[in-house]
Design a protein around this ligand. Structure first.
Ligand SMILES: [Zn+2]
Ligand SMILES: [Zn+2]
Length: 339
């Protein structure tokens, strides 16, 4: 089969590789669509993550089951599925507490096992989720990133009628925007440097879109909310968004961090203490694929609105990674395996 393998910084190659072996409890999925994630882009620009032990990338994907291994009962050949990439050990203290997304011996398709930027993936039956007939396989590839956004909102303090701010309007930011809207936020501020992304956020339901280079975010949000938003979500992960995030939350509110950070930040903790703000993190998702599939299938979250291109696997570097590095008009690029 053809697959995209990462060799190093700015070095991803599409090559012929063997299809992973089918064993007991596993399912062969003929991959149809796989999304390029911000973290894939990070590995492309900075080199592979230290956790990576398999070179075939891709952790946001959908496809059709072509073969099942011994003991598989949940799916059959012909089923259309989305694949959950996290493989938890089930044994560690975090798994035992139910935090399978924080498993200490975490493995994953597209990281430690062959992933979705390939014509076939062989995955555990527990990791495949059937898509309803009316849901496209394109949307199937969006279940994984959408789950990141939905988990962050479900774990937050946000309640019906609350106000929210979102820092960063890339794919996860735009999915968060739709998730907080669906959860009943009555006023949503989206803070984003890129003009194209601000425009997209407006189309998807932001009440206000703000450019931090032109506007004093704290002053603006405080003036519209009488003291700040209930919950701010950070999907940008830089010094400025941290400071704005903390200072635009009202007393007793929450600053929820969804992004991973490249650099440390410097701040005065009194901003948190004197306003009794909760600072919390949200990582990936757990036990959420069925809910997210329903949200996308019925359009409560409009996944199609964030898909900006569909490209063939052979062009994944030129039309995928390279384009995402410079073009902020792009949001989610899907790789289609069959073209
Ligand atoms: Zn991802
Ligand atoms: Zn574990």
């Amino acid at each position: 089969m053809k697959a995209a393998k990462i060799y190093g910084k700015r070095d991803i190659r599409v090559e012929e590789v063997a299809i992973p072996e089918l064993s007991k409890g596993m399912v062969v999925v003929k991959v149809e669509f796989a999304g390029i994630c911000g973290s894939d882009l990070h590995e492309y620009s900075e080199g592979p993550f230290s956790i990576r032990t398999h070179s075939v990338m891709g952790h946001e994907f959908s496809g059709i089951v072509t073969e099942i291994g011994e003991g598989v009962t949940t799916v059959k050949a012909g089923d259309r599925v989305a694949v959950e990439p996290i493989i938890a050990c089930g044994q560690c203290i975090n798994c035992k507490k139910g935090y399978v997304n924080l498993c200490k011996a975490r493995q994953g398709y597209g990281y430690t096992e062959s992933g979705g930027f390939a014509q076939y993936a062989v995955v555990k039956q527990e990791n495949v989720f059937k898509l309803p007939d009316e849901m496209s396989l394109e949307l199937g590839a969006l279940v994984e990133p959408t789950a990141v956004a939905v988990h962050a909102v479900r774990e937050s303090q946000l309640k019906l009628g609350d106000t929210a701010a979102i820092y960063g309007a890339g794919p996860i930011g735009l999915l968060l925007l739709q998730s907080v809207k669906a959860a009943g936020a009555s006023m949503i501020f989206v803070v984003e440097v890129s003009e194209e992304r601000r425009q997209k956020a407006l189309e998807l339901g932001a009440t206000f879109v703000l450019n931090p280079l032109e506007c004093n975010i704290k002053t603006f949000i405080h003036s519209k909310t009488n003291g700040g938003v209930n919950v701010a979500f950070d999907v940008a992960g830089v010094q400025e968004t941290f400071l704005n995030g903390v200072t635009t939350v009202q007393s007793g509110g929450e600053y929820k961090i969804v992004s991973l950070w490249e650099n440390p930040v410097t701040f005065q903790p009194n901003a948190i203490v004197t306003a009794e703000i909760s600072v919390s993190g949200s990582y990936a998702y757990r036990n959420l694929f069925p809910e997210v599939i329903r949200l996308l299938a019925c359009g409560i979250i409009d996944g199609n609105a964030i898909i900006t291109s569909v490209i063939p696997l052979d062009r994944i570097v030129e039309e995928g990674f390279e384009v995402l590095m410079k073009d902020h008009n792009q949001c989610k690029i899907l790789v289609e395996m069959d073209i």
